[in-house]
Design a protein around this ligand. Structure first.
Ligand code: C2E
Ligand code: MG
Ligand code: MG
Ligand code: MG
Length: 279
């Protein structure tokens, strides 16, 4: 009797919704524990000068390394984190790891590599971001010129003036800013211009379809926008030599992609630098 009553009540609250909410709370709790245990690790994908094909920097990308050794993709935990304040702590942890890493690569003689970190739109809208970044720079002693913060187009959908203010403070600190996933979101060109980004990252969904004529036309247009606004273009997701050749011939100076390397651990990144030096 009581069992069937329980079932009915559960049903009344809609099983899917309840399960979904429960799952989210669970992932959130696991994620908090993971962060405290140091399981959220920065991987690094080389940024390549397409003319010289040398590594000039790296993008830091979050990975969740579970205690059993499995690696969880950011696609599986960043969206959950973005629904809570956890995203702020994750961004901050990756930023801090990346800045310390770049400083130690410099001290080890690998030169002043540029490091790029993703900042969630949610985190970006918090007024104290510039102060937090300042603190990380001080703690790591990294030169601000070596740091770029990446944000996606959703960042300016709300409160454009606050976003502009934050970008200006960051710029005054000597830190660069990049517009990530350009072309996939809410691309108001007047915003792109007024927010004075330093780097424009052409989304990999466009690069993927090269050398298809329509992709070629879109990329040519995007490069034209970047060049005329004096923003350095960077192509994401370069996978083939043909894509590399096309992008170079269209005037794109920087790129990332599996053709060069996937995101790797800090130790593996040093191996890439060694290999490049040996060549
Ligand atoms: P994103 O910032 O646009 O990063 C580029 C993604 O493209 C990365 O996926 C990278 O591994 C992948 N990629 C690089 N080269 C290639 C290629 O040649 N082909 C293909 N198909 N993919 C390539 P990843 O590492 O899974 O990260 C996914 C997204 O998660 C990132 O997209 C970023 O939006 C977010 N993310 C990662 N780390 C952080 C973080 O610390 N904070 C925040 N807020 N978001 C992060
Ligand atoms: Mg990015
Ligand atoms: Mg991107
Ligand atoms: Mg992307």
């Amino acid at each position: 009797q009581s069992k069937s009553l329980g079932k009915n009540m559960f049903h009344f609250h809609s099983p899917e919704l309840t399960l979904q909410a429960q799952r989210r709370v669970e992932v959130e709790r696991e994620l908090r524990l993971a962060l405290d245990a140091g399981e959220i690790e920065a991987f690094f994908q080389p940024v390549i000068d397409l003319d010289t094909q040398k590594i000039v920097g790296a993008e830091a990308l979050a990975r969740w390394r579970k205690s059993d050794g499995t690696l969880v993709s950011p696609m599986d935990f960043i969206p959950v984190a973005e629904q809570t304040n956890l995203i702020t702590d994750i961004d901050f942890s990756i930023l801090s790891q990346a800045c310390h890493q770049a400083k130690s690569w410099d001290e080890d003689g690998w030169g002043r590599l540029r490091i790029s970190c993703n900042i969630s739109a949610r985190h970006f809208q918090r007024g104290n971001l510039p102060r937090e970044v300042q603190r990380v720079l001080e703690a790591s002693k990294l030169s601000p010129e070596q740091l770029t913060l990446e944000v996606t187009e959703t960042v300016y959908m709300e409160n454009i003036d606050q976003v502009r203010g934050i970008l200006e403070s960051i710029d005054e600190m000597g830190v660069s800013s990049a517009l990530d996933d350009f072309g996939t979101g809410y691309s108001s060109l007047s915003y792109v211009r007024s927010l004075s980004f330093d780097v424009l990252k052409i989304d990999k969904s466009f690069v993927k379809n090269l050398p298809e004529a329509s992709a070629l036309a879109l990329i040519r247009a995007m490069l034209g926008i970047a060049i005329s606004l004096e923003i350095t273009p960077l192509a994401e997701g370069i996978e083939t030599p043909e894509q590399l050749l096309l992008l170079r011939s269209l005037g794109c100076r920087l790129g990332q992609g599996y053709l060069f390397s996937p995101p790797v651990t800090a130790a593996q990144f040093v191996e890439l630098l060694k290999k490049q030096n040996a060549e």
